[in-house]
Design a protein around this ligand. Structure first.
Ligand SMILES: O=C(CO)[C@@H](O)[C@H](O)COP(=O)(O)O
Ligand SMILES: [Co+2]
Length: 214
């Protein structure tokens, strides 16, 4: 089953609650929350206060994508605020195994994110410990960027790894996902598709989600 995770980075922040409710009613499976700190990526977005504010708005899982330095400091705050999945970048974690278990200790699902230039091999030793692998299909920091095709090979590799170990780890892709690139990601083995501009820039969000799901 293909899941769609609209990224609220492309929503209208002056009516964030309405924009979240709208994609929930339009068939979204997760709400993707992009957290940026101005250090790991050159942009600043939202913190645990906003996660706490949107928690009562939706019953969908909040899929929190941390693009921050020192994630260990903030993981308990995002968990307490109501995150259901917390994903950390391997590039930001000095002790990745410890960070993954810190997330799980909060009773939250743990995801690991790889930038486009990071090879898949880095997750071979921890794939058994996680619930989700998030492959960035753009360089993180901004919505509305162009999909990087070379990541498709990485999706195939992660998919083969998950199958060969008999795991049920979700494979999520994020960045430049639209109805054309979504098809390629699904064929390569992804099952969770994050989309910001391809959903929030469309008037008919229900149709946009349907088109991406394929
Ligand atoms: O994490 C990120 C960007 O760093 C994403 O979640 C974007 O917000 C996706 O936006 P689109 O590329 O779909 O417009
Ligand atoms: Co994201």
């Amino acid at each position: 089953m293909i899941k769609i995770a609209p990224s609220i980075l492309s929503a209208d922040f002056s009516k964030l609650g309405e924009d979240i409710k709208e994609v929930e009613l339009a068939g979204a499976d997760y709400i993707h929350v992009d957290v940026m700190d101005g250090h790991f990526v050159p942009n600043i977005t939202i913190g645990p206060l906003v996660v706490e504010a949107i928690r009562p708005i939706t019953t969908l899982p909040l899929d929190v994508h941390l693009m921050i330095e020192n994630p260990d400091t903030y993981i308990p705050h995002f968990a307490k605020a109501g995150a259901d999945i917390i994903s950390v970048h391997v590039e930001a974690c000095r002790h990745l195994h410890r960070t993954i278990h810190l997330i799980k200790d909060q009773g939250v699902k743990a995801g690991v994110v790889l930038n486009p230039a990071t090879p898949v091999e880095v997750i071979e030793t921890i794939i058994e410990d996680i619930d989700l692998v998030l492959l960035m299909t753009v360089n993180p920091g901004f919505g509305g960027q162009r999909f990087i095709d070379s990541v498709l090979t990485k999706i195939e590799k992660v998919s083969a790894l998950v199958r060969s170990r008999g795991l049920s780890v979700e494979i999520e892709v994020d960045g430049g996902v639209n109805k054309v690139t979504a098809k390629k990601c699904i064929e390569a083995g992804a099952n969770v598709l994050v989309a910001g501009s391809a959903i929030y820039n469309e008037v008919d969000r229900s149709l946009a989600i349907k088109n991406i799901r394929g």
